[in-house]
Design a protein around this ligand. Structure first.
Ligand SMILES: Cc1cc2nc3c(=O)[nH]c(=O)nc-3n(C[C@H](O)[C@H](O)[C@H](O)COP(=O)(O)O)c2cc1C
Length: 203
């Protein structure tokens, strides 16, 4: 049973969450877990202006995903930073290249799930995840979130991401905040939860 984690990260927050999702998925015996990045669409000059080049070096060794690879997985867990309350353009472009897979119904019945990162606490993590689900539903994914069985999303003693829709992190206006222990625990829970459901569907 194969779980593919497909993400975009500009400054490393989604990447760190993706690592935690992978750790969680690996807890389910017999699960092959692969982490892949979606292709970059911005020119290097723009990335340099955005201060992203240095940060992206840290995870440049993660292979870039092709759309065909989606069809090889039993579950796909997508990670994206929030852009104006939606997924980032890099992820949108990647998904918009999946028309052939849609035409063949190649992703029907696979497990799909989404996690996110935004700069601010109420900057659109939930809308990012929920609007992402629309694309997954068009493809026929069985959509899985982050149930309240992950009790960490009940916390009010500290600022935290994470909702029933999926794990998330708050990066801060300057990207100065990396995922907290609670947010990483949410990501691990989501990875394990998706893998356990996929293991039942694809024994
Ligand atoms: C064009 C653009 C739009 C953004 N829109 C939002 C937004 O709507 N809400 C928000 O909280 N953060 C927004 N952000 C901040 C990103 O979500 C933040 O940089 C990201 O979550 C950090 O994750 P990463 O390091 O993995 O890229 C935006 C950033 C950019 C560059």
């Amino acid at each position: 049973m194969k779980v593919l984690i497909v993400y975009y990260s500009m400054y490393g927050h989604v990447h760190r969450m993706a690592e935690a999702v992978a750790e969680g998925a690996k807890e389910i015996k017999g699960t092959l877990v692969e982490m892949k990045r979606v292709p970059e669409t911005l020119p290097e000059t723009v990335l340099a202006q955005m201060g992203a080049l240095e940060a992206q070096k840290a995870f440049s060794s993660i292979p870039v995903c092709t759309v065909e690879e989606l069809a090889t997985a039993d579950a796909v867990i997508f990670g994206t930073p929030t852009r104006f309350g939606n997924m980032c353009g890099q992820m949108r472009q990647f998904l918009d290249a999946t028309g052939q897979l849609w035409a063949k119904g190649a992703l029907v019945g696979k497990v799909g799930s989404v996690f996110a990162s935004s700069a601010t606490q109420h900057g659109g993590q939930e809308s990012t995840i929920l609007s992402f689900h629309i694309t997954l539903l068009h493809h026929g994914f069985v959509v899985v979130g982050l149930p309240y069985a992950f009790q960490g999303q009940m916390r009010i003693d500290e600022i935290t991401g994470g909702s029933p829709y999926g794990a998330s992190t708050i990066a801060g206006g300057q990207g100065e905040r990396m995922p907290s222990e609670n947010e990483l625990a949410a990501a691990r829970f989501q990875g394990k939860h998706v893998a356990s459901i996929a293991a039942k569907l694809f024994p």
